[in-house]
Design a protein around this ligand. Structure first.
Ligand SMILES: Nc1ncnc2c1ncn2[C@@H]1O[C@H](COP(=O)(O)OP(=O)(O)OP(=O)(O)O)[C@@H](O)[C@H]1O
Ligand SMILES: [Mg+2]
Length: 288
């Protein structure tokens, strides 16, 4: 009981501080369209632009971003929830100053936390809010519980689509659930592995018109990334593309996506930071 009151007080305090932190959940309808590569490289570009960046590798069990960065972290979120390791020790050093928070199996319990675990998570989230300007959450594909949770909790979603017809229909199905169940209303879109800009733009236009018509959500065109063999080479070397191949077509495209994402304000007013994650955690806890 005391703990519950403490938690509410903490949350009130937290809400008073207006956060500038951006939490961007990266997702897609279909798997394998390039989410982790987009997230991992945009994070490096954000760090180069002077932002303090964290990537939360929330793709359960697959540890995508860790592999792309060539990391073998010692700890993950599960250690934090169990009270064994403080959040700062869990965070691993990625390339060019990017930090990585490996979720490991910790995510499996995230929607079913006991009181002590919740307190630890809330304290950790508060710490992150102070330490970072941007958090990318690599959410995984589709509409599993964790994707819904994180997209619902994140301030902004970044949807990655590829030109295959199934990617488009899967993207729409995912958006529908994210809007109806996750409460998402605003999506940044990157078309990845496109043959040219006209094809990429056409995909965006189609998706954006059905989404605004049937789901009432807004979509923002961030840009497109061409199919580029260097992406595969970078994956194999476990180093970020933007560092390894600075003048490749995909790097140039990602730079332009980063420019829009980081420098042009979102077209609608977004509520701030991690407080969504907070309130969501607390709301879900009160259900039990
Ligand atoms: N622009 C691109 N050009 C060429 N190949 C690409 C491009 N983007 C991604 N790929 C290829 O697609 C593969 C999958 O990319 P990535 O792991 O980023 O996808 P994902 O959406 O995160 O997948 P998952 O759903 O499994 O997490 C990469 O290993 C890479 O070889
Ligand atoms: Mg991935």
């Amino acid at each position: 009981m005391d703990q519950a009151i403490g938690l509410r007080e903490l949350m009130k305090e937290h809400r008073k501080t207006q956060s500038k932190l951006r939490v961007i959940g990266v997702t897609s309808g279909k798997g394998g369209v390039g989410k982790s590569n987009v997230a991992a490289n945009l994070a490096v570009l954000a760090a180069r632009a002077g932002r303090r960046v964290l990537v939360l590798d929330a793709d359960l069990g697959l540890a995508n971003v860790e592999i792309l960065y060539g990391l073998k972290p010692r700890y993950h979120l599960g250690h934090l929830l169990d009270g064994d390791v403080p959040v700062r020790d869990i965070i691993a050093e990625g390339p060019e100053g990017v930090k990585v928070l490996p979720a490991g199996h910790g995510l499996q319990t995230l929607t079913r936390l006991d009181e002590a675990q919740r307190m630890r998570l809330v304290a950790a989230v508060d710490q992150l809010e102070e330490d970072f300007d941007i958090i990318f959450v690599d959410c995984g594909a589709g509409i599993g519980d964790n994707v819904l949770f994180f997209i619902g909790a994140a301030q902004e979603a970044l949807l990655v689509v590829s030109p295959e017809p199934t990617s488009l229909t899967d993207a729409y199905a995912t958006l529908k659930v994210l809007c109806q169940e996750g409460g998402a209303r605003y999506f940044n879109v990157v078309v990845n592995q496109a043959p040219n800009e006209a094809v990429a733009k056409d995909i965006f236009d189609k998706l954006s018109s059905v989404v605004s018509r049937f789901l009432g959500a807004k979509m923002r065109w961030l840009g497109w990334v061409p199919r580029d063999e260097n992406v595969h080479r970078a994956v194999m070397s476990q180093k970020p593309l933007v560092g390894l191949f600075p003048s490749s077509p995909a790097t140039r495209a990602l730079n332009s996506v980063a420019d829009t994402l980081f420098n042009e304000p979102p077209p609608i007013q977004l509520e701030g930071g991690l407080k969504f994650l907070w309130s969501r955690l607390l709301r879900e806890s009160s259900v039990h």
